[in-house]
Write a protein that binds this ligand. Structure first.
Ligand SMILES: [Zn+2]
Length: 237
């Protein structure tokens, strides 16, 4: 009995660090170490936030009265918006400034400016390091599947490299055998003054792929692929 009481007494005066779970202590210690090195200039803020100073333009296609491709359950405008916002959030957390053409279900048409021209204007004004346009594909053959990246090297020569980096990530992490292509006449690609790609995330005309495209898990997988490729593309070589 006496021994027990003594034990309880000891527990009451445990050292402060024992009150925190080990994981929390680790994060606190890591934060202190990182803060120390940042204050000494050993680590620069840009290495902690690797996209600091970069602007990324993201254009979720369609919106408002224009749904884009329609599957049985999902529309293109919904899927590309979700992926755009997830991607933008990831990029912003790495220090990038993100410029979107839309962040909700609307189009950009006004009496003065067409939807297409409004998107081009936002892209040009953004002075972005990279432009990403997001779409979903649609075809008469329901077996067609797979994410694919398009570019136009005549407007910016580095667009092909960006397209290849994203396609390589898709090849590693999703079920696609598609290759990058320059065979797309798209206004974002044709007017970009920066490296630009149009990403067709998959085929809504394929029922299996539509199910994937509508799931949070697959959307996050696609976002990780595009994010990692952008990070590699913008990292000093
Ligand atoms: Zn589209």
């Amino acid at each position: 009995m006496r021994r027990n009481r003594r034990k309880r007494g000891r527990r009451g005066s445990r050292p402060l660090f024992e009150l925190f779970p080990k994981g929390v202590l680790g994060i606190l210690a890591a934060s202190l170490v990182i803060s120390f090195f940042i204050s000494r200039g050993v680590i620069t803020v840009s290495s902690v936030r690797p996209l600091e100073g970069h602007v990324i333009f993201i254009d979720p296609g369609h919106g408002g009265i224009d749904p884009g491709a329609c599957g049985e359950f999902c529309t293109e405008k919904e899927i590309v918006l979700k992926v755009a916002l997830l991607l933008g959030d990831r990029l912003a957390r790495s220090g990038a400034q993100v410029v979107y053409t839309r962040t909700g279900d609307y189009d950009l048409e006004t009496p003065e400016v067409s939807d297409v021209q409004a998107r081009i204007n936002i892209m040009k004004q953004s002075k972005a390091s990279v432009a990403i346009s997001l779409h979903c594909n649609d075809f008469t053959d329901p077996w067609e599947r797979g994410a694919q990246v398009f570019y136009n090297a005549s407007t910016h020569p580095d667009s092909k490299r960006l397209a290849q980096l994203i396609q390589d990530e898709f090849a590693k992490h999703t079920d696609t055998e598609r290759e990058i292509s320059a065979q797309l006449d798209h206004f974002i690609l044709n007017h970009a003054e920066m490296p630009a790609v149009t990403v067709e995330l998959g085929f809504l005309s394929n029922p299996d792929e539509e199910r994937l495209l509508g799931s949070d898990e697959y959307q996050n997988k696609l976002v990780t692929c595009i994010y990692n490729a952008i990070l590699t593309f913008l990292s000093p070589q």
